[in-house]
Design a protein around this ligand. Structure first.
Ligand code: CAA
Length: 257
């Protein structure tokens, strides 16, 4: 197992937890966090022993955004040629389901990392926002696109143009968050969700994630075709035979691991 400078990676059974760990900076996402998260998630993604990955931070901050100290000195040519934010797309290529467990601040890049995950579970103290406008910039890790798809044009515009922060209740009403739990129960709940997903057929979970995520990227007709092609492909996996045979034999399935 590798050790990292800015994140902690822990594996329990089939569930991995990636914890952003810069507590003195409210988990501000500098380029090291970015690279380490990409490397960690990529390695876990191709590990057949891992069925779900929790992404979390501390009680006070999931992440308070991209690192402003680091960004303050940047100039356009370098951000472009070095692809300053490029490593984040490595996270979004994970086929394994990612579950964001958000406590405290999820601002700017923090909100955007949560939205790179497939499910967002919020502690009741969670605060989501895209305050980049207050720094003279705009969201740069997907906020303008993923937030708009998640909560709709008008709520997203409200948040992005005013920079205001919303609480867990408002985030759940808006569809950003799928469940809210007491802060102290956050990791237990996220672990329960992750274990549930990890207990399923890995083929099904990976393909279901991919097909569902495609819904926001394509037309309905193309999306339906993509779903159907992938549905047919499932008949080539051992888990299809096992899952349906187990049902017919009235027993629990034993998935290919
Ligand atoms: N980058 C770098 N450092 C940060 C940070 C950030 N995004 N957020 C907090 N910190 C640091 C603070 O500078 C402070 O460090 P020092 O102790 O060394 O001074 C430490 O974390 C604790 O922060 P505060 O003292 O500010 O804590 P607070 O409880 O008083 O306030 C807060 C909390 C309201 C979240 C406040 O820290 C804050 O407003 N942070 C910035 C939020 C923000 O603007 N995020 C968007 C960043 S831009 C972005 O993300 C771009 C993008 O889309 C890619």
């Amino acid at each position: 197992e590798r050790t990292f400078e800015t994140i902690l990676v822990e594996v329990n059974g089939r569930v991995a937890t990636v914890t952003i760990n810069r507590p003195d900076k409210l988990n501000a996402l500098n380029t090291t966090v970015q690279r380490e998260m990409a490397e960690a998630v990529e390695a876990l993604d191709v590990d057949p022993g891992i069925g779900a990955i929790i992404v979390t931070g501390s009680k006070k901050a999931f992440a308070a955004g991209a690192d402003i100290a680091e960004m303050a000195e940047l100039e356009y040519p370098g951000t472009f040629t070095e692809d300053f934010m490029g490593n984040w797309s490595r996270l979004t290529r994970a086929r394994t389901p990612l579950i964001a467990a958000v406590s405290g601040y999820a601002l700017g890049g923090g909100c955007e990392v949560a939205m790179m995950c497939d499910i967002i579970i919020a502690a009741d103290n969670a605060k989501f926002g895209q305050p980049e406008i207050n720094l003279g910039v705009i969201p740069g890790m997907g906020g303008s696109q993923r937030l708009t798809r998640a909560v709709g044009q008008y709520k997203a515009m409200d948040m992005i143009l005013t920079g205001r922060t919303i609480g867990a209740e408002e985030a759940e009403r808006a569809g950003l968050v799928s469940r809210i739990v007491p802060t102290d129960d956050l990791l237990a709940e996220a672990t329960k969700v992750a274990e549930t997903i990890a207990s399923k057929s890995k083929y099904s979970a990976m393909v279901a994630k991919r097909v569902t995520a495609r819904a926001l990227q394509t037309t309905l007709a193309e999306g339906l075709e993509y779903e159907q092609a992938n549905f047919y492909a499932m008949f080539g996996t051992p888990d299809h035979k096992e899952g349906m045979t187990a049902f017919n034999e009235k027993r629990e399935p034993k998935w290919d691991r």
